[in-house]
Unconditional design. Structure first.
Length: 429
């Protein structure tokens, strides 16, 4: 099939590439001409495991191309996906201006029937607004259908999530676009749920909010574990073996971050409020998440007492492993709090240091994780990178003035660490 994706961020670029990988002909559009140039030249503006290889392969096969022209994108395909940002506004509501602009641009370029699919995360009832906008701005007065098709990929695992999805959600207002949508997704061999547009839009916000709730739940349980001498990892495993609960997203830590959960939670709370419902449960999820960070900082200050004049090594800057993304990263938040307390920081991240440099100033960036501990008073693990498990613990222990580690992601085994001579503090254990 011929498909167009508007927006080449994480969602748009990975989606377009995976569509090409299963045999569709895909044109990716972005209004940022400089970014399009990079992509046309074989560059990839983001780090995502496996993506660069797939882009190269599909460009070479003639199935994937890039353009800055929305008109070209609309002309070349019958199905047009919108994957542009929906950033938060100061009051928690969603800025819909990118979606609205793209809808107008598509409308202006349409000369025959098109299916316009929204992939961006949007408030419920956005489909209706997009349809109204297209109808108003379409000079050719041609027929069209609007579809909601939310995306569930995780950064760092985006290619994997896209190629092997748990489910595909397709929200429609009429049956006409269903056959084409099934054809788009047939190669992915996943269950396809056909529903109305409002339900499809709600599925996305309800899913992300539920996952955030799951994390806050286990973080709350971790507080209880610390108070009672239980081990949160054992509790999570015991809970998670119940298929109704599941083990995933039950890892206690310093809280969730990133460009999705915090934003989507605020948006969902706002949407609920606008619909006349006070979603207090989700406000508590936010509250627990904020407290989790406070509690971790307190753990550090209670042990080290005064941070002024102390040097702390921080492992991890990205909001999670396998990404270079530092947006709303708990690790960056933690660094800023430690700096505010007067600490000097030596930091390292396997992929996120370039992006961190723009937001985290006045710290020493260390290229080799095994050199971070040199001259530090303590070591902090802030992101769950698997690489950190390979840290040379003996070398780090000797390099520190005192062998203290605060593990905000429970990467190491507590008993093992104590045996090795560490003063080891983690979460809920
Ligand atoms: C999230 C969802 O998982 C995706 O399904 C969704 O498509 C995406 O948002 C989106 O809306 O675009 P993502 O933000 O990439 O994906 O990352 P996650 O893997 O969900 O992690 C989010 C945060 O939760 C990270 O800070 C991570 O460290 C934290 N987390 C995750 C925990 O603290 N504990 C866990 O058990 C799992």
């Amino acid at each position: 099939m011929k498909l167009t994706i508007i927006g080449t961020g994480y969602v748009g670029l990975v989606t377009g590439t995976c569509f090409a990988e299963v045999g569709h002909h895909v044109v990716c559009v972005d209004s940022d001409a400089a970014k399009v140039k990079v992509l046309q030249g074989g560059g990839i503006p983001i780090y995502e495991p496996g993506l660069a290889e797939l882009v190269q392969k599909n460009v070479a096969a003639g199935r994937l191309s890039f353009t800055a022209s929305t008109t070209e994108g609309v002309e070349r395909s019958d199905v047009i996906f919108i994957a542009v940002p929906t950033p938060p506004q100061p009051d928690g509501s969603v800025d819909m201006s990118f979606i609205e602009r793209v809808a107008r641009e598509i409308a202006g370029a349409m000369t025959d029937y098109k299916i316009i699919v929204d992939k961006s995360t949007v408030p419920v009832r956005t489909g209706d607004k997009v349809a109204e906008t297209i109808k108003r701005y379409c000079k050719a007065k041609v027929e069209f259908d609007v579809v909601s098709n939310p995306e569930f990929l995780r950064e760092g695992f985006a290619v994997e999530d896209l190629m092997k999805p748990d489910r595909i959600v397709v929200g429609v207002r009429a049956p006409r676009p269903v056959a084409a949508m099934k054809q788009v997704y047939e190669p992915f061999n996943a269950p396809i749920i056909i529903t109305d547009i409002n339900s499809a839009e709600l599925i996305k916000h309800a899913s992300n909010s539920f996952l955030a709730l799951k994390i806050s739940y286990i973080n709350a349980v971790s507080v209880l574990c610390e108070a009672t001498g239980a081990n949160v990892q054992e509790v999570a495993t015991g809970m998670g073996l119940d298929e109704r609960i599941g083990r995933r997203f039950l890892n206690a830590g310093i809280g969730f971050g990133g460009s999705c959960f915090p934003k989507d939670l605020s948006a969902f709370i706002k949407i609920s409020e606008q619909s006349g419902y006070d979603f207090r449960l989700l406000k508590e999820v936010q509250h627990i998440n904020a407290e989790q960070m406070e509690r971790f900082v307190k753990k550090i200050t209670e042990t080290l007492w005064v941070l002024k004049g102390k040097t702390i090594g921080v492992l991890g800057l990205t909001f999670k492993q396998n990404t270079d993304d530092v947006r709303s990263s708990p690790a960056i938040d933690l660094c800023q709090r430690l700096l505010k307390e007067g600490a000097t920081l030596r930091v390292h991240d396997p992929k996120g240091m370039d992006k961190a440099r723009a937001v985290l100033l006045d710290v020493t960036y260390v290229e080799d994780m095994n050199e971070v501990a040199a001259g530090c008073d303590a070591l902090v693990v802030a992101t769950e990178w698997d690489e950190f498990k390979q840290l040379d613990l003996e070398r780090a222990r000797k390099a520190l003035t005192h062998p203290i580690m605060f593990d905000g992601r429970n990467l190491f085994e507590a008993q093992e660490m104590e045996k090795l001579g560490w003063i080891y503090k983690s979460i809920g254990r």
